[in-house]
Each structure stands twice: as structure tokens, then as C-alpha cells.
Design a protein around this ligand. Structure first.
Ligand code: ADP
Ligand code: MG
Length: 400
């Protein structure tokens, strides 16, 4: 394949390793400076220029977008997506991962365990927010920090309030997060490629530092992750839309707590700690995807009018509980079951003799009209309400 690594640091360890791994496998590889692309929206087809000349055809890109150029970098990746060039990390995935609040909202919505976190803006809401995550000591995080910069441990509520107010006064938004003391300056970095953890390490902070980032002097050692940590890391990466990700987890008393999902994980620390060829695993995964691309079923199938994908929940006590999938009569209603989710297990292409249980979730493709009548009430609640009768006050700061 022909692959471009998008990076502004051609000499960096990670870039060098990825380039070498690709070349060793016989791929044609170029490192392209993300900031030297020009997005061309004039023609009929989406196009890109690089250093002033039309870009040649690529099969895949591997974006390594630094946090200082998220906006432009994700725009370039989006352009590649529109040109049907494969990217393991989508522009949406990168943008979502970069914003700690947005990432936390998405992950918590999908049932990933996270340290209790709050986000407020008004001064009056700061103290209750600190209390709601468990009081002092409390962790304060800038939304777009990396490498441990912008992560502060405030020992007392008063200090936390002062720090948050200062940051708010300079227009910086912060997350307020419970300090997970049992992790004692340690965390787990799992390197996810595709749907598996290819390498993992434990990072330990130096001295009395609580941040274990390698850039803050943290030391690293290889670890063998148990099932639960592996599953959590892979799910977190998948939910974020990232096929190459560094998932950071704290070791909480009840298991893994995901702190963040990094879309351009550094390879130096983890390759040194584990002696594993992570760069090679990344390149192999991309080459496989190029040879046999996965498509986003939801996006492609929804195009046929009236048809789409929906998740149906089998309610406890519903008539179909105890029936086989075949007996439930879905196929007769022009609905095909793609996967059956039961607790944490997933059964792809379930056979018609599988017996349904309460709380099963069926991912189905079919006539939306037919499926809508079977969708749980909670999902249908987005109704448009009537405006109130009282006079409506004038808009302040509206975008018009
Ligand atoms: P960054 O993006 O800057 O790496 P993180 O959210 O990953 O920010 O935090 C940096 C480090 O600080 C983590 O690797 C971890 O060691 C420590 N840390 C972060 N949040 C917590 C927390 N809630 N409790 C305990 N330690 C934390
Ligand atoms: Mg981190």
C-alpha cells in the first residue's frame, strides 16, 4: 500500500519507527507535514494539495495530529476521509478525544467507568461541584491539556476554588475530578490497535508527583492486563472512533477508571517498556484494513430510503422472552438481526434458534417504520414542545 504519515515531527521517535515499520514491510511510505496541506473545495470532487502541488493517490493515512493544530489537522483528515482514503482514526474521533469534557461525556454515556467528574462555569456552582465528586483533595484539569500539563491536585476546597476561579477569569474551562488516591501516582497505558490491546505498561510518578506522565518523569514497566482492563481499553477506543489509541486508566478499587483516550499515542515509552513492535502492529492493522475495508454500516445502509439500523431492546417480561429469534417474527417484518448484545457478550449474526432473554439488545437492519414501533420509549422522547404562552424575552447574544 501507499501510506502517508501526517506529522510535523519527522525526526520524532514515533514517526521514525512508523516509517521504518512500513518500509520494512514493503509499503511505500511518506511523512507529510500536516500544516503544508491545502484543502481544495473548488472542484467537483474533494481534493488536496501538498506544498502547492496536487497530492498523489494514497491508500491510507496515519494521522499524528498534535494538540496545537487540532482544528486544521482534523480538517485535513476529514478531507482524506471524503476522498475515501483509509484512516484508522477519524477526524471526529480525534476531535472528540482531544477535548477532555467531550470525551468524558461520550464515554460515560456508553457505560465506561470514569473518575467522578463535574463541569461548571458559575462561581456559585464550584463548591457544590467539588463536594459532588467527593471533596478535597480534588483534581482540576484544563480541557485541552496533554503530557500532564494543566492537571493540578488541589489539597483543600478553598485552594481548589481559588484555582478554578483564576482559570475561569482567564477564560479557561476546567474539569473537576475526584482524586483517585488508591492509584497512588500510578496509571495504566494500554495501546489499542484495531480491536485488541497490543501492548500495555504501568507508569509510576516520580517522587511526590501524582502525575505519572512520561513527560513528567514517570517511569514505565510492562504489564500483562487482565480481561477487564483489556476489554475496557478496547471499548473506550472503539466508542471514541479510534482504531489506534493510547487509553489511560487508573487502577480504582473496583477496577479500571478511564481517564482519557489519546489519538496520537507516543511509542517510545511503550516500546521501551514492553520490547514489542507496536509500530509494526499499527502498520499491519492499516494494511489489513486497506485490503479489506470495514464500512460504517449505519452510514451506508441508511441511504436507502426508509431503511436503517436501530437497536431494539427486549424488555423483561415481554412476550418474546423465551421465544427463539425465528419465532419472534422479525424476518417476516423485513428486519434482519445483525448482532445480539447480552450483558457484555456480543453474538454476531445470531441464528434463528437463539432463545431471547430479557434485556437482550438486538442491533437490526430493516424498515425504520417497522422498527420504530418496537423501539424503547426512552429513545423516542425527543418531542418538540409547544412554546409557552407568556411573552418571550428578547434574545441576548443570539447567533443571528
Ligand atoms: P494529560 O492529558 O495531561 O496526560 P491526564 O488526565 O491523563 O492528562 O492526567 C495526567 C496524569 O495525572 C495521569 O496520568 C495520572 O497519573 C494523574 N491523574 C489524572 N487524573 C487523576 C485522578 N482523577 N486521580 C488520580 N490521578 C490522576
Ligand atoms: Mg494522559
Amino acid at each position: 500500500m501507499k501510506i502517508a504519515i501526517l506529522s510535523r515531527a519527522p525526526q520524532a521517535y514515533s514517526t521514525q519507527r512508523l516509517r521504518t515499520a512500513a518500509a520494512q514491510r514493503g509499503h511505500e511510505v511518506k511523512v507529510l507535514n500536516t500544516l503544508r496541506f491545502a484543502i481544495d473545495l473548488a472542484g467537483e470532487a474533494p481534493d488536496l494539495a501538498y506544498r502547492g502541488r496536487r497530492l498523489s493517490d494514497y491508500d491510507a493515512i496515519l494521522p499524528r495530529i498534535g494538540s496545537s493544530i487540532t482544528y486544521f489537522g482534523t480538517a485535513v483528515v476529514r478531507q482524506f476521509e471524503q476522498m475515501d482514503v483509509y484512516t484508522p482514526n477519524t477526524s471526529n474521533g480525534i476531535a472528540n478525544a482531544r477535548d477532555k469534557l467531550r470525551a468524558t461525556q461520550i464515554l460515560s454515556r456508553h457505560g465506561i467507568a470514569l473518575p467522578p467528574t463535574a463541569f461548571v462555569r458559575n462561581r456559585a456552582d464550584v463548591r457544590p461541584a467539588i463536594e459532588s465528586v467527593g471533596g478535597a483533595p480534588v483534581v482540576i484539569k484544563l480541557l485541552e491539556g496533554t503530557q500532564g500539563i494543566g492537571v493540578i491536585l488541589a489539597p483543600q476546597v478553598k485552594v481548589a476554588e481559588a484555582i478554578i476561579e483564576t482559570l475561569h477569569s482567564t477564560k479557561q474551562n476546567v474539569l473537576i475530578q475526584k482524586f483517585i488516591s488508591e492509584s497512588r501516582g500510578r496509571d495504566i497505558r494500554a495501546l489499542v490497535v484495531g480491536d485488541r490491546v497490543v501492548a500495555a505498561m504501568r507508569r509510576t510518578a516520580q517522587g511526590d508527583e501524582f502525575r505519572s506522565n512520561v513527560h513528567r518523569g514517570g517511569s514505565v514497566e510492562a504489564v500483562e492486563l487482565d480481561e477487564e482492563y483489556q476489554r475496557t481499553a478496547v471499548r473506550a477506543a472503539q466508542i471514541m472512533g479510534l482504531r489506534v489509541a493510547g487509553v489511560d486508566m487508573l487502577e480504582g478499587v473496583d477496577g479500571p477508571l478511564v481517564m482519557e483516550v489519546n489519538s496520537s499515542p507516543g511509542l517510545q515509552g511503550i516500546e521501551a517498556a514492553t520490547k514489542l513492535d507496536v509500530a509494526g502492529a499499527i502498520i499491519d492493522h492499516i494494511a489489513n484494513q486497506v485490503a479489506f475495508p470495514e464500512i460504517d454500516v449505519r452510514q451506508r445502509l441508511a441511504v436507502s430510503t426508509g431503511y436503517g439500523v436501530a437497536e431494539l431492546l427486549v424488555h423483561n417480561g415481554a412476550g418474546v422472552v423465551g421465544q427463539t429469534l425465528g419465532e419472534a417474527g422479525l424476518w417476516e417484518r423485513d428486519i434482519t438481526v445483525l448482532t445480539l448484545h447480552r450483558g457484555t457478550t456480543v453474538i454476531p449474526n445470531p441464528r434463528k434458534h437463539v432463545i431471547l432473554e430479557g434485556e437482550d439488545r438486538l442491533l437490526c437492519f430493516g424498515k425504520l417504520e417497522e422498527m420504530r414501533s418496537m423501539i424503547p420509549e426512552r429513545r423516542r422522547r425527543a418531542r418538540v414542545r409547544k412554546l409557552p404562552k407568556e411573552p418571550i424575552p428578547k434574545d441576548i447574544g443570539a447567533d443571528d
